[in-house]
Design a protein. Sequence first.
Length: 31
Amino acid sequence: MLGRTVGLDEVPAAPDAARDAAGPARIVVVP
């Protein structure tokens, strides 16, 4: 919620791809 409008659109795709890779992208989306 820092002001990343594109982040909201990538949220549903980030966890799906991060889960397949390892989970590092998810941590970046949380903060």
